[in-house]
Design a protein around this ligand. Sequence first.
Ligand SMILES: [Zn+2]
Length: 414
Amino acid sequence: MRGKGKGPGPGLVVAVALGALVAGALALRLGSAPQTTSPAAVRSPAVAASPLAAAPPPAAAPTSSPPGAPVPPGAPGRGAAYQHDLATLEVPPKLRLLVIAPHPDDESLAAGGLMQQVLEKGGRVHVVFMTSGDGYPEAVALATGHRQPTAVDYRGFGELRRAEALVALEHYHILPVSVTFLGFPDGGLQEIWRRGPHVPAYQSPYTHGDRPPYPEAFNPHAGYTSHELINQISHLVALADPDWIAVPIPVDTHPDHCATFTFLLAALKSLAAEPGGDSKIPDRLLTYLVHDGWWPPPPSVPGPLPLPPVTFPPARWYSLPLDAAQIDAKLAALESHGTQAAMMDRLFRALARPNEIFAVVERPDFARLKPGEPPCGPELRHAEPGPQPAVVESPRQPAPTPTPADAERHARVR
Ligand SMILES: [Zn+2]
């Protein structure tokens, strides 16, 4: 952890350590048991305790292949049993955490438990939403009853998702002052990056805006250009001065997720080049996966999230165990994203588990990363897995075979 003596960033609010949250009676309640932790920031894989981790034999390293690709029967990491025995991530006290979410709901799907643990240990959390999730035609049609939604419908939907996100974050006791909406176009981030900095602003095919159509946006007058987005993220990082940043992993198959990582990396490199900016660079990037086609396991497969079949060098996967109260709060937050819960309940339940997992990149490794690599969307190629903590194959886990319908549904969600 870095910056013990730093004062709070202007965009942050001092969060109160909350202790255990009151557990609610929730329909989505998942069974779990708190897991032990060690004093070390990262526990050795050899002593990591997972309820489903069992005895050897050790499993082979996971394979990498394009999302949705046919899976050979018994292929390690896919056709075989899921692998669970990840190194455990422990949250240090008084941590400053910045969570960057492409869409409202990603913050809770990926890091609802992480945010709670940071706050419970006297830390601070700020959440940045890249988009307001206003480019989801099926969900807008469901919400409005309009088979062919108009630009006004899409903008109204963006406002609704913003409101849902604020309610969701209340479950973690995160106040609106600690939340920033950039208002960039849902579904347009990859294209904005691809166009480069010196082009006319991108226009959303949904809201028809070429700048945020929301007065609450961080800068509603800024055009949809990569130059503007990089500047905004760089500014927000400087304000938050985080120790850790949680951000989508670049091998996520959703283009907005992949592009979010790219923009953050470009922003960090821009910030580091400014006088004094290097002191604002976080110690760690905690990258998270939401969309992979074959991951997470379907809700019918119980237990903690296993090792994903993808990664990128130099990241290493870690697991963050959640206790029962943290799971309850996370489920309540997810239910607050009502427009999304109605569209992808299955993914919500698949990710609401007794742990969250992150592929962690340490600061010394930032220099090895280049914005735009790996590329996003159709150009995506899964990187070869880097060195991983020791893993074991759990004989208690069945060998679920995701169906093509699973992959298709996962690919559709935002
Ligand atoms: Zn998303």
